[in-house]
Design a protein around this ligand. Structure first.
Ligand code: FAD
Length: 462
């Protein structure tokens, strides 16, 4: 059974490894580096930079902890070296796993020339035709570029430039107050840059609970960030060494760098996907809930299919698509039992200071779905561990169904939010109620105790 995977990001390599574990002969085609956007230009570089930013910000508050220390400044070359070290280590681990599982990795750009045939143009020279019994497409996403901004202009950045760490700008205008925009806002503000964020919507992190967003924004304002909400950058010009961004509201912002962080789009153009007859929904490849496209034996996953464009979503979709491909090929005509994914309990995280983490619906979302729900709030200000750490801004909101105690969602803003959200995600995935969480002993002192408190409160109300 031969399975070919196009694209070696978290979706593609997870699919390749799972298929190999299930006994398939796997070829993985990657045009740059294994690990894709996540490891090389996304999650991992961004979080590595944010770690240095956090330490930098902490040194400014050393006296609050009874310490005497000078505020840290950035050595950009050392920062870049550290980031590259972390990325290289992780890419090396993925390469080693590929070798261990006997996944053949082919470095080059792949094109579908027929539904189950990939023509690879090698990165160095030459080409190869790979014929497979099933193909999993995982070419990810690319930066969305606003048409009114010349991205080739010196001084115009995207997240790709930011993670390259050529410099830390003195001042920067960030277009887009979504997850990527705010994480870099936080990092640059912590490093001492003057940051201005321009966001089209009336709130940052659009789509998120207003109370959560309000706190996240207020903390960034305390770090010196300026926000222009409900506004847009109409044009960007370079004057000498400075960038001038003209706002729709009429003002002009001056900065060293303008960074566009307005989202990403599926990377679906130019690889023969349209010519072999794949169906699209705008730029995303259309699939059913089992990641099957309209072409038999062709699956698609990850950012390429749109939806929740997150690394852990791509990874899980990759695993499930591989299982489904193997199941279909093994069943050989008989009905195969195919896997699908539960998106309602996928956590989504923002690594600002404080962190934001969300899973499932808010109370308003529950109401829209016709669910009678209660919401309880527990604050980090009453949490011993958070107070001891001097990091007690934030709260958890837990939403549970009346009558059953089933958890509908959770919104967290505060210390370690991106870690402790998983207790709720696990509970949601396995139908554990607020009462059961409340009766689970949590170690003391831990920040996780905020969840136990919110669950106990909810259990008494449902
Ligand atoms: P990708 O990771 O984009 O991988 C696709 C791969 O396919 C790439 O390696 C590419 O080189 C290769 N490829 C493309 N076309 C071809 C071709 N024709 N032939 C051969 N190879 C090809 N997500 C999170 O969950 N958490 C985060 O904290 C987070 N932070 C992020 C921060 C930034 C700055 C960015 C940009 C993204 C972040 N993301 C985060 C999103 C995350 O990186 C993506 O959701 C994830 O990488 C998608 O995985 P994928 O496998 O679908 O695609």
């Amino acid at each position: 059974m031969r399975i070919a995977v196009l694209g070696g990001g978290p979706g593609g390599y997870a699919a390749a490894f799972e298929a190999a574990r299930l006994g398939a002969e796997v070829t993985l085609v990657e045009r740059e580096r294994l690990g894709g956007t996540c490891l090389n230009w996304g999650c991992i570089p961004a979080k590595t930079i944010l770690r240095s930013a956090h330490i930098c910000a902490d040194t400014r508050h050393a006296a609050d902890y009874g310490l005497v220390a000078a505020p840290a400044t950035v050595d950009v070359d050392a920062l870049r070296t550290r980031k590259e070290g972390v990325v290289d280590e992780l890419v090396g681990q993925i390469e080693a796993t590929a070798r261990r599982l006997k996944v053949r990795v082919v470095y080059g750009t792949g094109r579908l020339t027929a539904p189950k045939t990939i023509e690879v143009e090698f990165t160095h020279s030459g080409n190869e035709t790979i014929a497979a019994d099933a193909v999993i497409l995982a070419t990810g996403s690319i930066v969305f570029k606003l048409p009114n901004i010349d991205h080739d202009l010196e001084g115009v950045w995207t997240s790709d430039h930011a993670v390259a760490l050529s410099e830390i700008p003195r001042d920067i205008v960030i277009i887009g107050g979504g997850v990527i925009g705010l994480e870099f806002t936080c990092a640059y503000a912590a490093f001492g840059s003057k940051v201005t964020v321009v966001e089209l919507m009336e709130q940052v992190l659009p789509g998120n609970d207003r109370r959560v967003v309000k706190l996240a924004q207020a903390k960034l304002e305390e770090m010196g960030v300026t926000f222009h909400l409900g506004d847009a950058v109409e044009s960007v010009e370079r004057h000498g060494a400075r960038m001038l961004s003209t706002l729709r509201s009429g003002g002009v912002l001056e900065s060293d760098i303008v960074m566009s962080a307005v989202g990403r789009v599926p990377n679906s153009a130019g690889f023969g996907f349209d010519t072999v007859g794949l169906e699209f929904d705008r730029r995303a490849i259309k699939t059913d809930e089992h990641f099957r496209t309209n072409l038999e034996g062709v699956f698609a996953i990850g950012d390429l299919i749109g939806g929740m464009m997150l690394a852990h979503v791509a990874e899980e979709e990759g695993v499930l698509a591989a299982r489904n491909a193997v199941a279909e090929l093994s069943a050989a005509g008989a009905d195969a039992t195919l896997a699908s994914m539960r998106y309602d309990c996928v956590p989504a995280c923002v690594y600002t200071f404080p962190e934001v983490a969300v899973v499932g619906s808010s109370r308003d979302g529950a109401k829209e779905r016709g669910i009678d729900a209660v919401q309880t709030v527990s604050k980090f200000a009453a949490n011993a561990k958070a107070l001891g750490e001097g990091d007690s801004d934030g709260f958890v909101q837990l939403v549970a169904e009346k009558g059953t105690g089933r958890i509908i969602g959770c919104q967290l803003v505060g210390p370690h939010a991106v870690e402790i959200i998983h207790e709720v995600a696990l509970a949601m995935a396995h139908d554990i109620t607020v009462g059961q969480i409340a009766h689970t002993v949590h170690a003391h002192p831990t920040v996780s105790e905020v969840i136990k408190l919110a669950a106990a409160d909810a259990a008494s109300k449902v």
